[in-house]
Design a protein around this ligand. Structure first.
Ligand code: SER
Length: 656
């Protein structure tokens, strides 16, 4: 079975079980300035999991394109990729565990033909303190399935402490087997749905000595131990709970959210733990071997002569980075994220430039990005006809970006080597080791030679150095002030102009969002915003009509904040700081820093230090502009509330 056949087999399987097949949503979430990328199958489904009626019914299946920025630096081992497809099937208050588990077993072992002896399962151990019981039901349902193929699947507990214990079904705690967007911690907001999950793992076998040779060799091996012996191939989330003030309550509709990595299941089917050996990568891999004259594979395959000496290098990392990054860049451009210096396009740029840098290690002389992209587009043409339709445009962008970077790459590398040399000389002369590249130096590599900061950081790390991130931020900010680029322009998108009136309405929009979240719940997020001198228009996620009482309460909260004449405070923060400061949004993998930092606007009673206090009314990542005091706003009035699309409402409001 090819990977393309595997995707189709999955969709057909669930179609036969009454599911509607829906196309993948874009990698770029629409109308949501706080979320850069679609990073899982469930992300576009959140409104429906929260109760909104899905136009295609209560049984849905899809294969969702996903992109995870936090995995960029991880790419290089045998399983990490930034782009992947997540196979999904969804019960929106329809079937539950008793259907999902037998179906999954049937799909994996019969339809795909995976050997059930190599299939391992995890379930939730339960957590008394929060009143969620051990998921014995799921464990027993799995056990029954294994019995149908003559396997006694032993259920055991504490694998992380006691190892496999000849078990096949294991209980883990909430860190591994509970799923909600914010985990189960105190951070999980009231109103957020979640539930225990049950994951499937594939055993690549002890014969490969994966555990024995790993850094975990002194600990017991278990399915979640990361030694590489086991690979997670799918996750059934039994979304049955909702967070409340006190703890949890049962959701009215119990949902199933299954997410399975297409490439991971294909890897299991391929019987080789190296994901990059599946068919989807085969074409580009062959091309890279031809262009580089090097072979992908074990150490011994990559022999080359250097200065008359025979060298052996493992070049799998270089191959993997290029294979992953150019596939991701191809899809990102296809969805509209053209290489640029900001927002989503910055990631596309980083992916392509990192590929070019690694191709230099492989000694690839000619331009290769568009060639690799073309093979991918052909490979995916049946599943993603839209991508095929944009082939010429996508390839042109890949080519353009590669050319642009190649023009400065050699000079940039020379500049970098010059830095290293300078450090060495200084060391010889003073005996003091310099371990830090200054912010200015890093900024020069960024600005003059086109090195994404993260690339310089990585090169620094390879040479035992770090970068002065704070200094880079300053150099960047100074530059930004000069050119007025960056965040301002991004967020100006929603503003007609920067006049006093639109600026006031912009600040009012922040107060409105905060008030909506207070009255309706934390599922409310901005979906779009448009402001003219006359009115604000704010789109947000919410499954049903907002009642007139609720609208009144919202108005009241906003007007109270206006009457209190609160200061509007702006701080530059890096992503981690913004997270820690609880700025608005789903702060997991979906946020990304823009050029190293974000602006955070806080509306709060001022404290003695003049800084925003903990009791903030509103805190949002935003580019501005805003008024200085809420007292400037006047009286806030909602003039209309209406639906925009499924799960999205719109409010129009004015300041009088
Ligand atoms: N929501 C789960 C995940 O992202 C399953 O789809 O893993």
């Amino acid at each position: 079975m090819t990977s393309n056949e595997l995707r189709q087999a999955y969709l057909n399987f669930f179609k036969e079980k009454g599911h509607a097949i829906i196309p993948s949503a874009s990698l770029l979430p629409e109308n949501d300035p706080t979320t850069l990328f679609t990073s899982s199958g469930m992300q576009p489904m959140v409104p429906y999991l929260l109760g909104e009626i899905h136009p295609n019914g209560t049984r849905i299946t899809d294969s969702q394109k996903s992109f995870r920025t936090q995995d960029i630096e991880e790419v290089g081992d045998n399983r990490h990729t930034t782009f992947f497809e997540m196979l999904g099937n969804w019960s929106l208050g329809d079937y539950f565990k008793a259907e999902q588990i037998p179906w999954m077993f049937e799909f994996l072992t019969k339809t795909v033909g995976l050997n059930p002896e190599k299939l391992f399962i995890t379930c939730f151990r339960g957590k008394e303190e929060i009143g969620i019981p051990k998921d014995e039901e799921a464990a027993e349902l799995w056990q029954k399935q294994f019995k149908t193929v003559g396997l006694e699947a032993k259920i055991v507990d504490f694998p992380e402490r006691d190892g496999l214990q000849n078990g096949r079904i294991f209980f883990y705690d909430e860190k591994k087997n509970w799923w909600s967007r914010a985990g189960i911690t105190e951070k999980m907001p009231v109103g957020e749905p979640g539930g225990p999950d049950s994951e499937m793992f594939w055993d690549f076998g002890t014969e490969l000595n994966l555990h024995e040779n790993s850094q975990w060799k002194n600990e017991p091996c278990h399915v979640n131990c990361d030694c590489g012996r086991f690979m997670e191939i799918g996750n059934n989330v039994f979304m049955a709970y909702k967070k409340t003030d006190q703890g949890f309550e049962s959701l009215k509709n119990k949902n199933v959210d299954f997410g399975g990595g297409l490439e991971r299941i294909a890897t299991a089917l391929n019987g080789d733990p190296d994901m990059f050996k599946i068919d989807l990568f085969a074409g580009p891999l062959k091309l890279l071997e031809e262009l580089s004259g090097k072979k992908y594979g074990d150490k011994g395959d990559s022999e080359y002569i250097n200065d008359g000496k025979q060298c052996w290098v493992d070049v799998r990392k270089q191959f993997r980075v290029i294979l992953d990054h150019l596939r991701a860049a191809t899809f990102l451009i296809g969805d509209g994220a053209l290489p640029s210096n900001k927002d989503q396009g910055y990631f596309t740029r980083r992916l392509i430039r990192r590929s070019v840098r690694f191709a230099r290690d492989l000694n690839v002389q000619e331009n290769f990005c568009a060639k690799v992209g073309e093979i991918y587009i052909d490979e995916y043409q049946v599943a993603y006809p839209d991508l095929k339709n944009k082939k010429a445009e996508v390839l042109a962008e890949l080519e353009k970006e590669e050319k642009r970077f190649r023009e400065t790459l050699e000079d940039g590398i020379k500049e970098f080597d010059k830095l290293l040399k300078g450090f060495e000389i200084a060391f010889q002369q003073t005996g003091k080791k310099i371990t830090e590249i200054s912010g200015k130096q890093a900024f020069k590599l960024y600005d003059t030679y086109g090195f994404p900061l993260e690339m310089t950081e990585e090169m620094a790390k390879e040479n035992g150095l770090v970068i002065d991130g704070e200094g880079f931020k300053q150099a960047f900010a100074a530059h930004k002030d000069l050119s007025r680029s960056g965040a301002e322009q991004k967020f100006a998108g929603g503003l007609a102009d920067h006049s006093v009136e639109t600026t006031k309405l912009h600040t009012a929009t922040h107060l409105l969002q905060a008030a909506l979240r207070k009255i309706l719940g934390p599922h409310v997020f901005q979906k779009g915003s448009n402001i003219t001198v006359e009115r604000l228009r704010f789109d947000f996620s919410h499954p049903e009509k907002v009642t007139s009482e609720q609208l009144e309460q919202v108005e009241q909260i906003v007007n109270q904040a206006i009457e209190q004449n609160l200061p509007v405070n702006c701080q530059m923060m890096d992503l981690a700081e913004a997270k820690a400061a609880a700025a608005i949004g789903v702060f997991d993998d979906k946020y990304e820093k823009l050029g190293g930092q974000v602006k955070v606007y806080t509306i709060a009673p001022s404290t003695s230090s003049g800084q925003a206090g903990e009791n903030s009314v509103s805190r949002e990542v935003c580019g501005g502009p805003h008024v200085e005091k809420t007292g400037d706003l006047g009286h806030f009035k909602i003039i209309k509330e209406e639906a925009v699309s499924a799960g999205v409402r719109r409010i129009k409001a004015v300041l009088a």
